[in-house]
Ligand binder design. Structure first.
Ligand SMILES: C[S@@+](CC[C@H](N)C(=O)[O-])C[C@H]1O[C@@H](n2cnc3c(N)ncnc32)[C@H](O)[C@@H]1O
Length: 196
């Protein structure tokens, strides 16, 4: 995923904002639901939070508390640092988090877990559990007529093509998979689950 996200960093927010290659996408209710997701994230209780795979910081900016963002991609982090000057950002690997046991109160991760294969999921969840007692996962919602997982062929503005594994979650299924969690947000596009 590393090269793909380095290459995508400059155009990543187009996905959220419906710009660039996403301008013509038919996404009913996307804008309104994204605003509701932002409010749901902002209404989490204040916490010392590690945002794993924070990307450009688009959702990081709504997290309440003392925030550290971590991502493997320096190109993503450059944008995040500018967007959220109040947070601290560090380059690192989600599977070997450079922090001690329970260094944080919460791990937050968005649109990362759903790209992991089974082995990676176990490794990530073990790391999250090691560094914080609470985990909040935001990911893509399973919409009717859609498979639970797919291998997508994605194209960037430079014409390059990339193969990306992606899952879609029914909220209760994600909660069960994470070992029993509380569904904080459930929409047509996004789900958020908290477990502790
Ligand atoms: C789909 S983006 C999500 C970004 C952001 N969390 C969001 O919701 O907008 C996935 C991010 O995961 C990062 N990533 C992928 N593998 C990683 C790893 N092993 N460690 C840290 N970050 C990783 C990528 O660089 C990318 O920024």
């Amino acid at each position: 995923m590393r090269d793909y996200y380095d290459a995508r960093a400059a155009e990543y927010d187009d996905w959220y904002l419906g710009l660039g290659l996403f301008a013509e996408r038919d996404r009913p209710g996307w804008k309104e639901e994204l605003a509701a997701l932002e409010r749901a994230i902002a209404s989490l209780p204040w916490a010392h939070t590690l945002d794993v795979a924070c990307g450009t910081g688009f959702l990081t900016q709504y997290l309440p508390g003392e925030i550290v963002g971590l991502d493997q991609s320096e190109q993503m982090l450059e944008i995040a640092r500018e967007r959220v000057p109040t947070a601290t950002f560090t380059q690192g690997d989600a599977f070997e988090l450079p922090f001690g046991p329970w260094a944080f109160e919460r791990v937050f991760t968005a649109h990362f877990y759903g790209h992991l294969d089974q082995t990676e999921r176990g490794r990530f969840l073990a790391e999250a559990e090691r560094v914080a007692p609470e985990l909040v996962v935001c990911d893509a919602a399973l919409r009717s007529g859609r498979e639970h997982e797919e291998v997508q062929e994605r194209v960037l503005e430079d014409g390059s093509t990339w193969t990306v594994y992606k899952r879609f979650f029914a909220p209760e299924e994600l909660a069960a998979e994470l070992g029993g969690g509380q569904v904080l947000f459930s929409g047509d596009w996004f789900v958020v689950v908290r477990c502790d």
